[in-house]
Design a protein around this ligand. Structure first.
Ligand SMILES: Cc1ncc(COP(=O)(O)O)c(C=O)c1O
Length: 444
């Protein structure tokens, strides 16, 4: 098949996500290796976003490929009422790497099913209905998960489920709450507003607060430990559960096993994961619950189920992936390379006024671009079609062999955890050129 035929068949016979179909202009990717993917013409792209912040161990890792091949030959699937070795081993590994007393996993196919089931479990456990989520967050695209996310992708599907309550955002760069206040002072006020929201909604109706362990696709807007410890106290005070969504921030992405590990005193009741769990090699998600919740379901039915829950092949991929994180010290590498990335981005911010703010940590970082640093006017508006400069930036990155996420006025920097310093410099050099072009649109 020629490249043109391949692309045409994709366009003629398949639908793509989050896009008018006529506007879809895909690159035909043939293979991936390490931090690079290659198109059918042999052009190499540096994977600067790990394909939706997913391929944490990079592409085609031989250890995981072999584990998958061996499992395929032995057993791909049995119905979830059966026990298998990969399922038991993966559950045990997750109990080891997750914080606190998270101990039992319900396996799903993806992140959205992990958050759906977390909300279902919280409602079954507490007997309450409402789940509180952040204005700026993303928890998946099935119906309840979509409502739960504050991300404007939900708007076209509204009204969604009626039991989601949104809380204000701890977003120090843009929320008016933070004007003339430190980030910690603002975070304390936002936490107070969360408590007020619960009182207004009736604590007896509120099952849980669900937050991304480290803010991701909505713009890497991470609050301080002040916010997290207040939120945990509020959950305990009103007998609510704390659900932490680590679908994007889990498995070393931020330089810790999980985003929430940056706050060692905070103990989630439920954790959602996917993506890095198998590094995208086979679709798999999990909802991991604490001892007390696991115990509750010893004599209460867990009203949840999926044909593909605990898929043997996916679980074997998960086991092998976690072994890779451990054997190759990838969490530590993400932490160290994250410092190199941050230094490089800070240097770029000194040179290019168009950078308004750099946010994030480890290998989950982002630059927010502005027309003016004083007014903070975004280079492209939140939830509006991308402006000319941002379209040019996205094209320039692609033309120069860097594949990443460009959203509104944000460019994401999230390469695989195996990335080297030299590869980071390669990406930063392309960013430098892109920012030079964008500086022309700066109105300072
Ligand atoms: C924090 C978070 N939760 C949930 C999801 C949904 O995961 P999936 O697309 O695998 O359903 C995502 C996807 O990006 C995510 O970032």
């Amino acid at each position: 098949m020629t490249t043109a035929e391949l692309i045409q068949k994709n366009k003629d016979y398949t639908l793509t996500s989050w896009s008018a179909q006529g506007a879809w202009n895909p690159i035909a990717i043939e293979r991936g290796e390490g931090v690079y993917v290659y198109d059918t013409n042999g052009k190499r792209y540096l994977d600067w976003s790990s394909q939706l912040v997913n391929m944490n161990i990079g592409h085609s890792h031989p250890y995981v490929v072999r584990a998958i091949q061996e499992q395929v030959a032995r057993l791909c699937y049995v119905d979830p009422s059966n026990a298998t070795e990969p399922r038991g081993r993966l559950g045990e590994l997750l109990a080891e790497v997750t914080p606190g007393d998270l101990s039992k996993s319900f396996f799903t196919n993806a992140g959205t099913e992990a958050t759906e089931n977390a909300m279902k479990i919280a409602r079954l456990y507490t007997g309450r209905q409402k789940i509180l989520t952040r204005q700026r967050s993303y928890h998946g695209a099935t119906f309840a998960a979509m409502t739960a996310g504050g991300d404007p992708r939900r708007l076209a599907n509204e009204p969604g489920v009626p039991w989601i309550v949104r809380i204000p955002d701890p977003f120090s760069y843009r929320s008016p709450i933070y004007r003339d206040r430190t980030a910690e002072e603002g975070d304390a006020i936002v936490a107070e507003l969360v408590e007020e929201t619960i009182l207004m909604e009736g604590p007896e109706n509120c099952a849980a607060i669900m937050l991304e362990g480290y803010s991701g696709t909505s713009g890497v807007m991470q609050p301080s430990s002040v916010f997290w410890s207040r939120i945990e106290q509020i959950c305990r005070k009103y007998d609510m559960l704390l659900i932490v969504d680590e679908v994007m921030s889990g498995f070393g992405r931020t330089g810790e096993w999980f985003g929430i590990d940056h706050y060692p005193d905070v103990k989630p009741d439920i954790m959602c994961m996917a993506k890095g769990l198998t590094s995208g090699y086979v679709p798999l998600g999990a909802t991991v619950v604490s001892d007390k919740i696991a115990e509750f379901f010893n004599d209460h039915t867990l009203w949840a189920g999926l044909t593909y829950s605990a898929h043997a092949l996916a679980c074997a991929a998960g086991v092998a992936t976690i072994e890779v994180y451990r054997n190759e010290n990838l969490v530590e590498n993400a932490r160290e390379m994250g410092k190199v990335l941050r230094r490089g981005l800070m240097d770029l911010a000194e040179k290019h006024p168009v950078i308004g703010e750099i946010r994030g940590t480890g290998l989950l970082q982002l630059t927010e671009l502005v027309r003016n640093r004083d007014t903070r006017e975004p280079l492209s508006d939140f939830n509006k079609p991308m402006t000319e400069p941002m379209k040019r930036a996205a094209k320039m990155l692609k033309d120069n062999g860097v594949s990443t996420i460009v959203r509104w006025n944000m460019i994401f920097h999230a390469p695989p955890l195996i990335v080297s310093e030299a590869q980071l410099q390669e990406g930063l050099a392309v960013m430098d050129d892109v920012l030079t072009m964008l500086d022309d649109y700066y109105e300072g």
